[in-house]
Design a protein around this ligand. Structure first.
Ligand code: ATP
Ligand code: MG
Length: 301
């Protein structure tokens, strides 16, 4: 669906090498997270796909079309939600979306525009200009704009920055729905738990290079030995009580808490051992590795 071959970008200004030999192949219907620190090159890559930034080298193919020779076709296939919010203040929200549809030669899509406004909780704002929208609403309007032509690929550059938690959740639901309908989605975000919740493939870009590209489950699996179990007791335990757990190097904290680090696959075995011994715990807590911890490890390397 989207193929990026050996793409590099050096900005003339500052002679900044923002992308260094990027290779990516994204299939139809994938839901991918593009993660990376400030200045890693995410927006540069997205702007190249959108045709807003000229790559220095490499080939981009979108839905089978070469980006350099088919900008009209490629623009039809992708919808971009840009990182920067910039709306004109002349037209109402509804007029703006109608105009945007017009760029793609689409007419009479009022019902679809209504649906989009409904999904993005903007329906009651349809008759006002963007000036009267809050920051989070302006961001949601960007999503509506990116979707008017029903693109096959949706690329979102930090769509949830500054969006409150409740609306973020409803946005997740909306993105999941689009994914379910077959839309290919690429999401950049600094909220790593968002990528963990939504995406199936994780790409990490660091200083213009891809340093990780894996299915999420596989990436999380690589770190599954970092699962920590905590048992809490309402009586003091001592080391002789937990000798049977020796192979897991158990630690007792403040006499009443037992901590064990295990591989996720050993979880049920440890629980069985503990209950067979008749250790009566009053609380249990399983701390699984989070994508955020893995991500931090990756970028610190
Ligand atoms: N128009 C430009 N001219 C010169 N340098 C630029 C330009 N745009 C971006 N850069 C530089 O390219 C690098 C990558 O920037 P980019 O905006 O792609 O990062 P990003 O990963 O999107 O970061 P963020 O998470 O902060 O949005 C940075 O060093 C940035 O300063
Ligand atoms: Mg950016």
């Amino acid at each position: 669906m989207l193929k990026i071959d050996n793409v590099s970008k050096t900005y003339k200004k500052g002679n900044k090498e923002a992308l260094k030999n990027i290779n990516l192949d994204i299939g139809k219907g994938e839901f991918t997270a593009l993660l990376g620190q400030n200045g890693a090159g995410k927006t540069t890559l997205i702007n190249i796909l959108a045709g807003n930034v000229q790559k220095t080298k490499g080939i981009v193919t979108i839905g089978g079309y070469d980006l350099d020779n088919n900008s009209l076709e490629t623009k039809r296939i992708i919808g971009i939600v840009p990182q920067e919010v910039g709306h004109d203040y002349v037209f109402t929200i509804e007029e703006m979306l109608k105009k945007q549809s017009g760029y793609f030669g689409i007419k009479n899509n009022k019902n679809y525009i209504d649906d989009l406004l409904e999904e993005l909780s903007l329906k009651d704002k349809r008759k006002v200009t963007a000036r009267e929208l809050s920051g989070g609403m302006k961001r949601r309007l960007l999503i509506a704009k990116a979707l008017v032509h029903k693109p096959k690929i949706l690329i979102l550059d930090e769509p949830t920055a500054g969006v409150d938690i409740e609306l973020r959740r409803s946005m997740y639901g909306f993105l999941n729905k689009l994914h379910g309908e077959g839309t290919t989605i690429i999401l950049t975000t600094h909220y790593i738990e968002e990528a963990e919740k939504l995406c199936k493939r994780i790409i990490v870009i660091d200083d213009g290079k891809i340093i990780e590209d894996q299915p999420k489950e596989k990436l999380m699996g690589l770190f599954s030995e970092n699962t920590r179990i905590k048992f809490e007791f309402d009586y003091d335990i001592n080391s002789s009580d937990i000798e049977f757990l020796e192979e897991y190097s158990p630690i007792i904290k403040e006499n009443r808490e037992l901590q064990i680090k295990v591989n996720k696959s050993d979880l049920s075995k440890v629980l069985r051992l503990v209950s067979e011994r008749g250790l009566k715990f009053v609380d249990i807590n399983v701390d699984k590795p989070k994508l955020e911890d893995i991500y931090l490890k990756l970028i610190r390397h």
